[in-house]
Structure formats: structure tokens, C-alpha cells
Design a protein around this ligand. Structure first.
Ligand SMILES: Nc1ncnc2c1ncn2[C@@H]1O[C@H](COP(=O)(O)OP(=O)(O)OP(=O)(O)O)[C@@H](O)[C@H]1O
Ligand SMILES: [Mg+2]
Length: 347
């Protein structure tokens, strides 16, 4: 039995960041600077494509409207792995078009309505969620088709031109073939509606492609945009510049440890080759430098290593910014047990 004065030996704490006091955490100017880091959006080529497609669909729609001709709705599918930056890209797009489009859901007309696909994504649930996003008080006991009829009425009343579904890969999850087809038919019917056709902005993980491609008529009306994985060699220059850009915004210097290709490759690996995750890690590292050392900080690989261990609960040998053979580390794996490889675990 363990007596009162005996303590069970504890594992040493892993959180390296705890060693560093966040002296500047409550400094007003530092906090403002960190907020502005979070707000920085770096447009990627995928975003430029999205913007161009969206802009031309909108232009066409406005021209059709002015000429009084029947609208032809086209849709966009934005696909990429988790953390690639899909949700952020759509948010930024909406922000960019806030003067060209009515986007305020509180107003009578809302030309761009978006929502996250609910779970489970039955036609009934998705219809109800869409009605709610359109600001319509949904009464709850209608069947799927009746709900969607109501959605179409609301889309017209609110003059909605674009309907955004985020996490749209879930539309096909756990569905039978028949249900999948009814999802596809519903999406098509929104676009083909002769009274008020609506363009869709579907964003989601790569499985979304399967839903769209299963129907040739749907696929023909949807323009796909796919987020590419970062490339460990081709993208290093760009990554080094991005780190510098965030440091410049924070008005801190960077040291040589983060101004080289080897570091950029580690960073790309830590982000699992996804741009959004990479930006997120850089924001965390720069914020950490600011919170612990203020504007005197010199951003170095150490800040990245500390943030990585805080976020993933990783010991040094599992830390992508410290381990020599970091290529074997799966950066998506959180809170690894932390018993070194000598304990018999597979690395
Ligand atoms: N272009 C960008 N510039 C700066 N930060 C970005 C950019 N794109 C994404 N981010 C950041 O990356 C993180 C992940 O992005 P986001 O949530 O958009 O990814 P996602 O593709 O929607 O992932 P999921 O499939 O998991 O929903 C966010 O914290 C976001 O702030
Ligand atoms: Mg998302």
C-alpha cells in the first residue's frame, strides 16, 4: 500500500512550452498583433481559381438577369484533405464579394447562403438545415421532398444565387446507393429549377468527387477545384517566404534556423503537406515567440519545436522540428505515448 507520504512516480511533464513563461500574454499590443496574424489570408493558386470561377458565374448570372433570359446555374466543387484550407477559402471568398453580393443572412435578400452539412446527412436533415440557414422556421415533421420544396420556395424569396455546402463529402456517408442517388437528384434539381436555379458551392474532402462524378449530368455542371498537396522540394522557397511574411507582420526578426530549405521541409512535413495546417503552425510559432519574448523575439526553429510539442504532445524524438529522421513521424498523430523507441515501440 502506498502511504500518505509516498507518491506514485509520475511521468515527467512533456509540455516543453511550460518552461517558458508567457510574459507578454496580456500585453495589449502583442495580443492585437497575434490577432492580425490569425487574420492574414495567403491566397493560393487554388483560391485564385475559385475566385475566378465564382466571379464569372456571378457575372453571367447578373447578365442573364439584366437581359431577362433564363438562368443557367453552374456550380463549383472545392476538394482537399483536412487542413488544406477549404473552409477558410470559402470564408475569404464570401468576404471578398460582400459588396458585389448580398451576404447578410439577417437581411431580406441573401444571395449567398452557406451551411455545414449536418450529421447524419439524410435528405430530411440536410433539407431542414438548409431551411434554417435560409432563416426559415422549420416545423419538423415534414418528409424530405416536402422540405426541399420549401427550400426552393425560400431560395427564390430570398433571391439566393449561391448555396454553399461545407463538409459536402458527408452527403454520401453511410448512405445506400438509392439514397446517394436521391442526394444527387436533389442537388441537380436545385440547379435546374426553371423558376429559380441556384449555383452550388460544394466543399469537402476528396470523397466528394465520387458523389459528383457518379452522375454525368451533375458532373457536367460542376467545375472542380482541387487543393494540391505541398511539394517538399518545389514549395520550399514559397514556404520560407511565408514564414518571413508572418514574422514581418509581427514585426520580429527571423534567425538563420528558419531561413533554409531543410527547415522548410520539416515545416511542410509537420503540416502533413497541407497549406492551411502549415499557415496555422507558423501563426502558432510566431504567436508563441511574441507571447514569451515580445517584440525582441527572434523567430527560430526552437519556437516551432515548442509549439509542435505543445500541440502534439510529442517528446523530442517524436518532434518533427527536432528529430533527425523526422520523415518517419506521422504529424497527424496526437499525444503519442511518449515512451521512446527503446521501449520496444515501432517508430
Ligand atoms: N490561405 C490561408 N492563409 C492563411 N491561413 C490559412 C489559409 N488557409 C487555411 N488557413 C488556416 O489553416 C487552418 C485550416 O484551414 P481550414 O479549416 O480552412 O481547412 P479545411 O480544408 O476546411 O479542413 P477540414 O476538412 O478539416 O474542415 C485554419 O486555421 C486556417 O486559419
Ligand atoms: Mg473545413
Amino acid at each position: 500500500m502506498i502511504g500518505a507520504d509516498q507518491t506514485i512516480p509520475r511521468k515527467p511533464r512533456r509540455r516543453a512550452m511550460n518552461k517558458h513563461s508567457k510574459k507578454f500574454q496580456f500585453d495589449k499590443i502583442i495580443r492585437k498583433t497575434v490577432q492580425s496574424l490569425r487574420q492574414l489570408y495567403i491566397p493560393l493558386s487554388e483560391y485564385d481559381k475559385l475566385d475566378a470561377r465564382f466571379g464569372s458565374i456571378l457575372e453571367q448570372r447578373r447578365a442573364d438577369e439584366a437581359d431577362g433570359v433564363a438562368f443557367q446555374a453552374r456550380s463549383i466543387m472545392l476538394v482537399g484533405p483536412s487542413g488544406s484550407g477549404k473552409t477558410t477559402a470559402v470564408r475569404y471568398l464570401k468576404h471578398k464579394y460582400r459588396h458585389a453580393l448580398a451576404t447578410d443572412p439577417e437581411k431580406e435578400f441573401c444571395e449567398f447562403v452557406d451551411l455545414q452539412v449536418p450529421s447524419p446527412a439524410t435528405m430530411k436533415f440536410v433539407g431542414a438545415a438548409t431551411l434554417r440557414a435560409l432563416g426559415y422556421p422549420y416545423a419538423g415533421n415534414k418528409q424530405g421532398p416536402a422540405i426541399w420544396d420549401q427550400v426552393k420556395v425560400q431560395l427564390k424569396l430570398r433571391r439566393t444565387l449561391f448555396l454553399g455546402f461545407d463538409e459536402a463529402q458527408d452527403l454520401a456517408r453511410y448512405q445506400t446507393e438509392k439514397e446517394r442517388q436521391s442526394v444527387v437528384n436533389t442537388l441537380k434539381s436545385l440547379m435546374e429549377n426553371s423558376v429559380w436555379p441556384v449555383g452550388l458551392l460544394l466543399s469537402g474532402m476528396p470523397d466528394l468527387k465520387k458523389i459528383v462524378n457518379q452522375d454525368a449530368q451533375l458532373a457536367r455542371r460542376v467545375d472542380p477545384i482541387e487543393f494540391k498537396r505541398l511539394h517538399a522540394v518545389r514549395d520550399v522557397e514559397h514556404v520560407i517566404k511565408i514564414v518571413q511574411r508572418y514574422a514581418d507582420r509581427a514585426q520580429i526578426d527571423v534567425d538563420a534556423s528558419v531561413r533554409n530549405e531543410a527547415f522548410a521541409m520539416r515545416l511542410i512535413h509537420a503540416a502533413d503537406y497541407q497549406f492551411g495546417l502549415l499557415a496555422e503552425i507558423v501563426v502558432l510559432a510566431v504567436s508563441h515567440a511574441l507571447f514569451t519574448e515580445g517584440f525582441e523575439a527572434k523567430l527560430g526553429i526552437r519556437h516551432f519545436a515548442e509549439v509542435y510539442s505543445e500541440r502534439n504532445g510529442a517528446e523530442a524524438w517524436m518532434n518533427v522540428f527536432i528529430a533527425e529522421d523526422y520523415g518517419r513521424i506521422n504529424p497527424r498523430k496526437l499525444l503519442d505515448d511518449g515512451d521512446g523507441p527503446e521501449d520496444g515501440e515501432d517508430a
